[in-house]
Design a protein around this ligand. Sequence first.
Ligand code: DDQ
Ligand code: CA
Length: 273
Amino acid sequence: LIAVAAALAALLLIAAAYATWRVGSPPAALLGRPAAASRFYSFDLVREYPHDPDAFTQGLLYGGNDTLFESTGLYHRSSVREVELPTGKVLVHHQMDGDMFGEGLTLLGDRLFQVTWLKNDGFIYDRHNFTKRKSFTHKMRDGWGLATDGKVLFGSDGSSKLYQMDPKSFKVMKMVTVKYQDNEVPNINELEYIDGEVWANVWQTDCIARVSPEDGQVLSWIFLHELRRNLLNSGYTNIDVLNGIAWDEGNHRLFVTGKLWPKLYEIKLRPVV
Ligand code: DDQ
Ligand code: CA
């Protein structure tokens, strides 16, 4: 009897291992790196904060001490701000020239880098004094998103390209094509560097792609449509797309918002598959 039970148990184990292998085996592109815990995520809401409903959010990042840096777009309304996280209050506001359409923003050392829409011009601001600023030009097709790992600038230009630029010369050091399996993912927008990955808003979707900066592969997807739908259901009909990812590395807090959204959310990822 014991022998039969043992044989059965062994068979079950083999079957389970086979099933896991069949279902869980990663596509070829993912082989050779540690398997991601999950390839699809939903979220749990941790907290919501007020967010300026007039902010056409283009760049978002955590600045320490419960503050965020944010850049906003639209002609005559573009800005760079420092925002108090708990209240959404704008602490520092730099109004950009009317012909500038603000885009992605990132912080490297004490300097904020910002790109602009339909131009190759960008600005570098002192994080403590926004009036101290200089300009730069980059070689991306356009300026959409920016992020940094503390060494290079990651940039997006609305195509499927993810650039790595030298923050001094703006030379393109590396460029990968963002792909999910074999499909290019266009409209790569706001960026955030998190734990070796570049997280990207995909413009006009409620999804964030977690991208490997090594080869551009989308490692996993985060689905956030519920956030926008809840705002619409609450009567906020003027809102635009999900955009803006900020990571508080020290406290492992993840913040997201959208263009003209009255709220900013702290969320935790929940695997769905
Ligand atoms: N981008 O942020 C996705 C790069 C561009 C958003 C453009 C939104 C259009 C606003 C209307 C512009 C008026 C000329
Ligand atoms: Ca960001």
